[in-house]
Ligand binder design. Structure first.
Ligand SMILES: [Zn+2]
Length: 492
């Protein structure tokens, strides 16, 4: 029976983020009980999917550790060395025949160094030619060297990432193929433009039809796996940006598959432009549409997305909602541990003066007002939507505040509003609201789009990059256009 070690090390690094990264941000001890729990198909994670399929192939699974943190600025070298050292020690002691890695693919270390290349280089130097299969987020920034070092990468192919379980299953299929002596040749192509976040959801064009091309090439004889990565524009590093990757039984078949996907993206380049309205226009639209709609209008503050490394504490959109006298609004989740603690001290039903949010992003300021404390919570929140079903989170002290006719969810750990549970845990039922403001770029679509009449993206300041041509890149390689048909990056 082949012994497969499982380890994870994930960080989506945003070099524009005002949030620094520390050792305490990474959690991820994996034990067999947790893995058995994860192995059920109730959990949308690559580890869960790999484990599920591994049972089918008769692998013996050795769970090691699965480190991950919310996106933030570069990973300090000492933190990286400590966590990687732990992973290497565990892998060496595991007596494994193969390794499954749960990676993101956009980790940048202090000094703008590619994290995944360093992880793979270190494992290769200790473990030699052992098969290493790694899952990736669709927002992976892949360095060519990491592709050389890994036996096989598989990226998820839905955004919102509702298919992480299936991604893990696909990794297990490739592991089984290699374990039976199957040969894999790869072809890798970097795309010469960056994509605005608002055009990345696979629920809409242009990404919807683009991602259908993957099954077209995977149906070709001899093609084993194909991935399209959109990259993560929040990282100002050399290899930021979209790429395609194909694996096949011959080099020629892999190249043909990769070229086909590359062309599929290039054919759509002009559609990857950014046209998101600012807060004034977007909120006026939301108020007008919500007056007659039977379901809520979802307003997405796409650049202040904690899931892309922003602070999720900006007040620009909330202030404009107040300015335009919006009613029936629920907003979440605002990251503000101080305000949450003050609300808990004051108690439910009290009215308290707070300087809410506005502490991280340039040009922002707290929303100072007297807030009514509607509800308090401090405990586990269990995901209920398609992305995080059954998963358990803790956002620390949470509070539901009321200001005018706006209900505001405040939490003490950064997390994007990808799931209705952040509202329902505090007694707010999103379908009953007129307007729901979410701090999320696209993941909210999985759980909020089905309950909405309209979805309106809002462009307000934040550090999860929507239009890369409006950010300054110093480390990105030359020759990349900063959006579809956009200005060319020239590295100084
Ligand atoms: Zn992602």
């Amino acid at each position: 029976m082949k012994r497969i070690a499982i380890a994870g090390f994930q960080h989506e690094t945003n070099t524009f983020s005002p949030i620094m990264t520390t050792r305490e941000d990474f959690n991820g001890e994996l034990d067999r009980d947790q893995l058995e729990h994860l192995g059920s198909d109730h959990f949308n994670s690559p580890v869960s999917g790999f484990y599920d399929k591994a049972k089918h192939f008769g692998f013996s699974i050795i769970p090691l550790v699965d480190y991950s943190a919310e996106p933030s600025n570069m990973v300090p070298r000492d933190v990286f060395d400590q966590l990687l050292g732990d992973i290497l020690t565990r892998i060496e002691a595991s007596d494994c025949d193969g390794i499954f890695l749960d990676l993101h693919g956009a980790m940048a270390l202090e000094g703008y160094v590619d994290g995944e290349t360093e992880i793979l280089r270190a494992i290769r130097s200790r473990m030699g030619n052992i098969p290493i299969i790694a899952s990736l987020d669709l927002h992976g920034n892949l360095a060519p060297k990491s592709v050389e070092l890994c036996s096989g990468f598989v990226s998820c192919r839905e955004y919102p990432h509702v298919d992480m379980f299936e991604t893990g299953q696909r990794c297990a299929v490739i592991m089984d193929y290699i374990m039976h002596g199957g040969k894999l040749f790869h072809a890798f192509r970097q795309i010469p433009f960056l994509m605005p976040t608002s055009k990345e959801t696979t629920f809409r064009e242009p990404s919807k039809s683009l991602y259908r091309l993957i099954s077209d090439v995977e149906n070709r004889p001899g093609v084993v796996s194909a991935s399209i990565l959109q990259g993560f524009s929040g990282a100002d590093v050399e290899h930021t940006g979209p790429s395609v990757l194909a694996y096949a039984v011959t080099r020629e078949l892999a190249q043909k598959a990769a070229d086909f996907l590359f062309q599929g993206i290039m054919d759509r380049e002009s559609e990857f432009s950014s046209d998101v309205p600012g807060a004034e226009e977007a909120i006026a639209d939301a108020i007008r549409l919500s007056a007659t709609a039977v379901k809520p209008v979802i307003l997405a503050d796409i650049q202040d997305n904690a899931g892309g490394g922003s602070s999720s504490d900006t007040m620009f959109v909330l202030k404009e909602l107040l300015n335009q006298n919006a009613t029936g609004v629920a907003a979440g989740m605002i990251f503000d541990p101080e305000s949450a603690a003050a609300a808990h001290s004051a108690g439910q039903g009290a009215k308290v003066e707070l300087a809410l949010g506005g502490k991280y992003i340039a040009g922002d300021s707290p929303l100072r007002a007297a807030y009514k404390i509607e509800r308090l919570y401090d405990g586990i929140v269990t995901g209920t939507g398609p992305m995080t079903r059954g998963m358990q989170f803790s956002f620390g002290k949470m509070a539901l505040l009321r200001l005018a006719d706006i209900l505001i969810v405040v939490g003490s750990r950064r997390e994007q509003a990808a799931d209705q549970s952040i509202f329902t845990i505090l007694g707010v039922n999103p379908p009953e609201m007129k307007i729901v403001l979410v701090k999320s770029a696209n993941h909210f679509r999985a759980d909020f789009e089905p309950i909405s009449s309209h979805v309106i993206n809002v462009l307000a300041p934040g550090s999860d990059v929507e239009d890369p041509s409006t950010f300054a890149y110093n480390h990105l390689r030359s020759g990349v256009r900063l959006k579809g048909c956009g200005p060319l990056q020239i590295k100084k």
